[in-house]
Design a protein around this ligand. Structure first.
Ligand SMILES: NC(=O)c1ccc[n+]([C@@H]2O[C@H](COP(=O)([O-])OP(=O)(O)OC[C@H]3O[C@@H](n4cnc5c(N)ncnc54)[C@H](OP(=O)(O)O)[C@@H]3O)[C@@H](O)[C@H]2O)c1
Length: 288
């Protein structure tokens, strides 16, 4: 095992679960913060992984494990608490002498954005810089894997919804985000860099539906809905109010086609092409 001193948060989530697999298969050791003994048991089955049980809301539960860490990966879901959880981690990392934070942010992060997710990400980025920590900010665009939230709708009703109209988005596969994170955490040369991370092309949701129909061999339709209809659907699915507001703002930003630029970060950092949407569907067709 290569001896490194890496600490991960968000290891059980969409990006983090890919990242732990990739680090483990590269034979690179890491510690990862998880919240339950069950998650720790699962993680510790991976070669080179060491689970630390704790909670970002309680820095005393993980601070001890940051001593001697060179690089940390910071990710939480976008909840109303995300900013304070991430700020708490940044302060704890600074106190412990962590040298570098690889922060999972979002495409177009900006303190003056009308999208609350983009504002909080920018505030955390700025705090990391203010404290003088080394940083790599990963700013991915919309996740392809987000479509899996519609897997039942696609499988049984051949449809999926969003308030986005004809706008194109350069959506990205989370496996590519994890691959960039793995490089930034393990190799030199990524200090004080910001990466917009996108897929290989910008596609409208109607184009996504065409690819789904073609690969799955059955008709799949995209239904453009109003923001009010989307809000109602998210409320019906039990999303918290803050998050619903954020998703509505996010989709208005996509609908203005502000997230259609294509970046070459995946190829530049990993040396291979970004995963395209057709490949994503082929790899997940057993779910759809
Ligand atoms: N979805 C998109 O299209 C998209 C696009 C660009 C950027 N992003 C950004 O991506 C991030 C979400 O990434 P993701 O989808 O990989 O996340 P995710 O699947 O929602 O996972 C969130 C992770 O954070 C952990 N976590 C949450 N609260 C915690 C706490 N109090 N203490 C310790 N761990 C905690 C969760 O642990 P548990 O398993 O214990 O809950 C889980 O491992 C957000 O910041 C979002 O803004 C998303």
């Amino acid at each position: 095992m290569k001896q490194t001193s890496i600490f991960l948060t968000g290891a059980t989530g969409a990006v983090g679960s890919q990242l732990v697999q990739q680090l483990s298969s590269l034979n690179i050791g890491f510690k990862a913060l998880v919240r339950t003994p069950e998650q720790a048991g699962q993680l510790n089955k991976l070669p080179n992984a060491e689970a630390i049980i704790g909670d970002l809301a309680e820095p005393t539960t993980f601070e001890h494990a940051l001593t001697g860490i060179e690089k940390a990966f910071l990710l939480t879901n976008s909840s109303e608490q995300a900013e304070s959880l991430q700020m708490g981690f940044v302060e704890a990392a600074h106190r412990a002498g962590v040298g570098h934070i690889v922060k999972l942010s979002q495409f177009a992060a900006d303190e003056s954005s009308p999208v609350r997710f983009l504002r909080y990400h920018a505030r955390v980025e700025n705090r990391i810089r203010e404290l003088g920590l080394g940083y790599t900010f990963l700013r991915p665009n919309l996740y392809m894997q987000g479509l899996l939230a519609f897997k039942e709708q696609i499988r049984y009703h051949g449809q999926f919804f969003a308030a986005i109209g004809q706008a194109r988005v350069s959506l990205v596969d989370v496996r590519d985000i994890a691959a960039i994170a793995a490089v930034a955490l393990t190799e030199p040369g990524y200090e004080d860099q910001i990466y917009d991370i996108t897929g290989p092309e910008a596609l409208s949701h109607y184009q996504l539906a065409e690819t789904l129909s073609h690969v799955l061999g059955k008709p799949v339709n995209f239904i453009d809905v109003s923001p009010a209809q989307m809000e109602q659907a998210l409320a019906g699915a039990g999303f918290p109010e803050w998050q619903i507001g954020g998703l509505i703002e996010d989709y208005a930003h996509y609908a203005r086609e502000e997230a259609a630029a294509v970046s070459d970060a995946v190829a530049r950092v990993t040396g291979r092409n970004a995963i395209g949407f057709e490949q994503f569907v082929k790899d997940h067709c057993f779910l759809l």
